[in-house]
Ligand binder design. Structure first.
Ligand SMILES: Nc1ncnc2c1ncn2[C@@H]1O[C@H](COP(=O)(O)OP(=O)(O)O)[C@@H](O)[C@H]1O
Ligand SMILES: [Mg+2]
Length: 269
């Protein structure tokens, strides 16, 4: 078989999203309702070790899109493939090993009554055949990966700083070594200097593990430095898609220009 034929057969994007649409039913009366489009049709691919940023104003469909890809919402139409396999053909264990989500606010997504150790243990117990010793080893390695000492295993979330809560949320997502991590506006609750700390941590993890990210953000200047591709959503539609450099340096659409202008770094003179 020629090399070109071989590569044609083997090349499957890590993630392929085609014509994905999602709408919600909104009640308009006691017996009547109407469908409102949250997003779509959306199509894109994501390769291993790459970052796709999804940006757009509030209500443009970013969370609905990534929650649908993360399997938390069911699409009305369209397809999601992971390594060539339709997402609906994967069982929950396979999905967890493929795609994990980090939620917006770790203060509310981490159970306050559960220690960090138990928070990290649960996904391993549910989704792997590892024995106790192997699970403990995996937990220690993941804590190290996110820059936390083993002492934190006994801590409860309310004993952690906001950055440490983010580190635990990232550790929980990384504990199964997924192919893709979806992060939905995880930086919005942090001060600017702390945002860069978390961005640097995510980049370090990507370099070490080859993880792909779908990164939902408001701040285009932040995503410019950590993304390979940017997808701009406006009223549920993709209005612009391209490399981070091309979208940020020569935006084609008014809405993209507006998003760039509204997030100029604040270098006060
Ligand atoms: N669970 C839901 N039920 C009904 N409508 C929803 C739901 N989630 C999102 N929507 C609607 O879908 C649209 C997109 O919302 P969302 O994805 O949350 O936007 P963004 O994350 O870009 O701010 C909005 O009009 C919102 O009201
Ligand atoms: Mg959102």
């Amino acid at each position: 078989m020629s090399l070109s034929n071989q590569s044609e057969l083997n090349v499957q994007p890590l993630l392929k999203v085609t014509n994905l649409c999602k709408s919600f039913k909104h009640a308009t009366g006691i017996l009547s309702s109407r469908e409102q489009l949250a997003f779509g049709p959306v199509s894109f691919t994501l390769e291993p070790g790459q970052t796709l940023a999804v940006v757009g104003e509030s209500g443009s469909g970013k969370s609905a899109l990534v929650r649908t890809i993360g399997g938390m919402l069911i699409a009305n139409s369209g397809d999601i493939y992971v390594k060539g396999q339709h997402l609906s053909s994967l069982n929950s264990q396979q999905r967890c090993l493929s795609i994990r989500m980090i939620f917006q606010d770790p203060s509310s997504s981490l159970n306050p009554k559960t220690t960090v150790g138990k928070i990290l243990h649960a996904p391993l117990q549910l989704n792997t055949d590892l024995n106790d010793k192997q699970r403990h080893q995996q937990i220690l390695e993941t804590l190290k990966l996110v820059g936390l000492l083993p002492d934190y295993l006994a801590f409860y979330p309310n004993m952690l700083s906001s950055v440490q809560k983010h580190q635990v949320a990232i550790a929980r997502a990384m504990i199964l070594n997924p192919d893709i991590i979806i992060a939905d506006e995880i930086l919005s609750t942090l001060d600017i200097s702390l945002r860069f700390k978390i961005v640097n941590l995510l980049l370090k993890i990507q370099k070490a593990k080859g993880t792909s990210y779908i990164f939902v953000a408001h701040n285009m200047h932040l995503v410019k430095h950590m993304s390979d591709q940017i997808l701009v959503l406006h009223q549920g539609k993709i209005i612009e898609k391209g490399t981070a450099k091309s979208v940020c340096e020569s935006p084609q659409e008014e809405q993209t220009k507006y998003l760039l202008l509204s997030h100029q770094p604040d270098y006060r003179k």
